[in-house]
Each structure stands twice: as structure tokens, then as C-alpha cells.
Design a protein around this ligand. Structure first.
Ligand code: SF4
Ligand code: SF4
Length: 436
């Protein structure tokens, strides 16, 4: 099927790394999966995308099915999000798409997990959904696919704002808007001495600069007190995390026993990676290999370890060391789902309690944003691949949706468009700035 040119329309994965959607759309698969799991604590974005824009999301999924030749689609949504689930389910008659209802667990949104739940297939170790006949798209990406088919390039991003703000909310925000502005639209921060997490407490990061712009992968801002344990733990330097782990890890192996990738049958064993901290350089590779298939979900560090150590960070360092040494781990043993997998799921409510964030959980209703940014800064790289190359000059007047930068033919990436109408004030090799 000749569909929208997703590369020219700037569509990239809106739920994570920003992988260009055109590449997925160009593959041939049996199944298209929609990922609406949204499992990070205190993040409420995808639920609104599904509830408020169900026709567009289902429409985008049907376009992806047509482009990839998929006969079936599966829609992963948590049953606790009843309104979103009903909004989607009521539009599926005759589409070849079925619902994949999900429990309220963390991490439900890992694509290895979703592919297994929906199709019963296990992605080969270090492999891609494509290898088992699947492509997986976040629900906001599907919304953007539909918009692209209507001639609208990606110029906005859904962002939820929760925690210590006046009015927790979810907005549709022009790309390039300063995050500080988005916090103000949500009623502003309600007390001094706060810290802001970007894109989740588990897999996101602490924001050091509130003037960072919204990009195509921004999804959530969470404001916590500066003295919250999660903030202190995040700020600890890696060397300290490793040093504490070296002296305090008692090898109880809870981190491994509760690791979702381990339970799915992949050879991830963070307790063995922790063991490597106590060794000299010799033999490290042997232990580090057990980090290779870790998905960075953070459960071991923030939930499983009874001593509050940092196995996720140890795995992160191990993976970086293996990459630097050019060592690629291949799992020899077959992928076999652990018999205790179901019984060892981590309910979201228990995770919130363990993180100490129950008091900050609240509704974050979808609202029209109360204003428009006066100035937007649009980085040329908001996606996996090569940066886009500017095609506008300083002083040019641009309309909403006009192309600002293109990715050269043959390179991986996606084009970039004006998110507000205005005048181009600055063009560098990193970004384009527009004044409205
Ligand atoms: S759970 Fe904590 S103490 Fe136990 S093996 Fe893992 S890192 Fe060590
Ligand atoms: S972060 Fe920890 S729990 Fe999550 S996949 Fe990696 S090792 Fe397993």
C-alpha cells in the first residue's frame, strides 16, 4: 500500500528511543502491536491519547497493518484503564485487531513482554520483534501515523505533568517548548526545593535544566521534593554506587529472581554482575555478560534489592564495558519462560509504595494547554539515526508544519517541522529556534 511518507512527516517512536517509524512501516510482518501499557509510576499520557483520540489511534494502527501486510493486530491496554480500553475496543469490529488486556504490573510495556503476552512468541535474545513477525508501536506513534496520513507532520507531543504541581495535567505541547513553560501550564511547582524527573521515575532521568525543550520522545514530568530518597539515590555518583555494592551485596539474588527479563527466559542475572564488582579486571567479561539482555527497567535497584543497592547501574556499566571491548553476548541456552513468572509479577501499587511516591499519585486529566510558547528550540536530532540538516535560514518566516530540516537520503532519521508559525531566529548545527 502507498501510505503516508512517515519519514518526511517526521514520525518517530513517541514512547521511547525515537526509532524512525518509516523503517517499521517498510517491513513485512504478521502482527502489528499497539503498546498502550504505560506502566511507569505517576505517568498518565497514553491513557488520554487512547481515550480522547481513539479513532486516530485505531486509524493509525490500520495504516501500519496495511503498510506492513499484517493480517492481525493486538492492542495492549491495562484493564484498570477501563475508559481507554472501551474507547479502543468499540472501534475494532471488522479490523482484524484484538484487545490484549493487561494486568496492572511493572514493567508491562517492555516490548519483549508485550509480544509474548499477545502472540505467545519469544523474541530471540538481543533480537527484534521483527524476527518473530511483529512490529510494536506506542499508541501516540499510531496517532501520529494517522495524522501524517491527513497531511499533518509531527509538531506536538503529549506530556503529562504530575507530583508537586498546582494542577496535575496532560497537555498537547508544541515541540521545542521549554519544559519550564509546561510546568507553569500545570499550575507551577507548589513548593521550593524540588527536583523534576523527565520521562519516569524508573527509566527516566533527573532534569538538570528546566529550559530543555520538549522533543519527540518527551512524555512526562514528575516533580518530587528535593530531599526525596529517589532523588538522593539518583544523584549518587556511579563510583559510589559501585563501591557500596562491592562491600554490601550479600548475593541473595533477589534482583535476579524478580528480574522480568530473567523470568521471561533470558539469561539476565544481575546478582552475578554485582559479583564482578568485587573482582579485579580479570574475569569481568564472564560476569558482565549476564547484563547484556537487561532492558534497564530499574526494578532490581528500586524494588527488588533488600539492601537498596544498584544492580541496574552495575548492569549499565557492564553493558558499556562489553560494548567498548567489542564483546557480543550470545545466549546459548533456549529461552524458556520461568515457571514462577506469573507469581513474581510486581503490582504497580506495591511499586509505588516501595518508591515512596503514593502521596504524589493523582489523576492528571487531559486539558487544552492554556497558552502558546513565545519561542521554541527544535533540536535537529530527536530520533535514532543521523541529525536532520536545516533547510531554512535565519530571518525566514515559517508556517506551522513547514519543513525546517531534512534527513539526507539513505540516512536513518526523520524530517523536522516548525511547531509554531514565526520567524527563524537561530540556526546551528544542533538546533533551529523560532520566535512566534
Ligand atoms: S538483591 Fe541486592 S543484595 Fe541481593 S544479590 Fe542483588 S544486589 Fe546483591
Ligand atoms: S534493570 Fe534489573 S530488573 Fe530490569 S531487566 Fe535489568 S537486570 Fe533485570
Amino acid at each position: 500500500m502507498a501510505g503516508p511518507d512517515l519519514r518526511q512527516m517526521g514520525v518517530v517512536g513517541a514512547g521511547g528511543a525515537g526509532f524512525p517509524t518509516a523503517v517499521k512501516a517498510g517491513s513485512r510482518v504478521e502482527f502489528v502491536l499497539a503498546n498502550g501499557a504505560e506502566c511507569e509510576p505517576l505517568v498518565h499520557k497514553d491513557v488520554h491519547v487512547m481515550e480522547k483520540f481513539a479513532p486516530q489511534v485505531v486509524g493509525g494502527m490500520r495504516i501500519m497493518m496495511a503498510l506492513t501486510g499484517a493480517q492481525r493486530g493486538y492492542f495492549g491496554v491495562k484493564t484498570k484503564n477501563r475508559h481507554a480500553l472501551e474507547a479502543i475496543a468499540s472501534r475494532l469490529d471488522g479490523t482484524g485487531i484484538e484487545m490484549t488486556p493487561m494486568g496492572d504490573f511493572y514493567p508491562a510495556g517492555d516490548e519483549y513482554e508485550l509480544v509474548y503476552l499477545a502472540t505467545g512468541r519469544l523474541i530471540p535474545p538481543a533480537g527484534l520483534p521483527l524476527q518473530v513477525g511483529c512490529v510494536v508501536n506506542n499508541v501516540e506513534t499510531l496517532f501520529n501515523v494517522f495524522q501524517a496520513a491527513q497531511g499533518h507532520p509531527v509538531t506536538e507531543k503529549f506530556v503529562s505533568v504530575t507530583g508537586l504541581v498546582g494542577q496535575p495535567s496532560c497537555f498537547r505541547v508544541p515541540l521545542g517548548t521549554p519544559l519550564r513553560q509546561v510546568l507553569e501550564w500545570a499550575g507551577g511547582v507548589t513548593r521550593p526545593d524540588t527536583a523534576v524527573f523527565l520521562n519516569g521515575l524508573m527509566m527516566g532521568r533527573l532534569l538538570e535544566d528546566l529550559d530543555e525543550p520538549v522533543i519527540k520522545t518527551t512524555g512526562a514530568l514528575i516533580v518530587l521534593p528535593e530531599d526525596h530518597d529517589l532523588v538522593a539515590r539518583r544523584r549518587l555518583p556511579l563510583e559510589s554506587k559501585q563501591r557500596i555494592g562491592k562491600s554490601a551485596c550479600d548475593q541473595c539474588s533477589y534482583c535476579t529472581e524478580l528480574c522480568p527479563r530473567h523470568l521471561l527466559g533470558y539469561d539476565v542475572q544481575p546478582h552475578k554482575v554485582m559479583r564482578s564488582l568485587g573482582f579485579t579486571a580479570t574475569g569481568k567479561e564472564l560476569w558482565n555478560q549476564y547484563a547484556s539482555l537487561c532492558c534497564d527497567c530499574g526494578l532490581c535497584t528500586l524494588y527488588s534489592c533488600p539492601e537498596s543497592l544498584y544492580p541496574k547501574e552495575a548492569c549499565g556499566k557492564a553493558k558499556a564495558d562489553l560494548r567498548a571491548a567489542g564483546i557480543r553476548f550470545t545466549q546459548e541456552k533456549p529461552v524458556q519462560v520461568h515457571p514462577m513468572k506469573e507469581g513474581r509479577r510486581v503490582p504497580s501499587a506495591m511499586l509505588r509504595r516501595r518508591l515512596g511516591v503514593e502521596a504524589f499519585e493523582s489523576e492528571a486529566p487531559y486539558r487544552e494547554r492554556p497558552g502558546q510558547p513565545a519561542l521554541v528550540r527544535l533540536p535537529l536530532q530527536q530520533h535514532v539515526g543521523k541529525p536532520a540538516v536545516p533547510v531554512v535560514s535565519v530571518g525566514a518566516r515559517v508556517g506551522l508544519g513547514e519543513t525546517l530540516a531534512r534527513v539526507p537520503d539513505g540516512d536513518l532519521g526523520a524530517d523536522l517541522h516548525a511547531s509554531i508559525a514565526g520567524v527563524v531566529r537561530r540556526v546551528t548545527d544542533r538546533e533551529v529556534e523560532i520566535e512566534g
